[in-house]
Design a protein around this ligand. Structure first.
Ligand SMILES: [Zn+2]
Length: 72
């Protein structure tokens, strides 16, 4: 039994406002969320990514990382 309420508070779809149901992600052994209305999928990695993008500093780092990947 995985407890999930402590690290994700995501019970409404950001896209359509539909009801989100917990969904097990076996690869990372964590719970994500799936919208029953439109199928929008949210997982801990996406949430972390959004949190980083929410700050100017985090967004800069992600963009810098992407630029570097392009060069390699
Ligand atoms: Zn939705």
């Amino acid at each position: 039994m995985v407890t999930h309420s402590t690290y994700i508070a995501q019970d409404r779809c950001l896209r359509c406002g539909g009801f989100m149901v917990p969904e097990e992600i076996r690869e990372v052994n964590q719970l994500g969320w799936r919208c029953v209305m439109c199928g929008e999928h949210i997982d801990p990695l996406i949430l972390e990514h959004r949190r980083q993008m929410a700050t100017p500093e985090g967004a800069r780092q992600l963009i810098a990382k992407r630029e570097k990947a392009k060069l390699n």
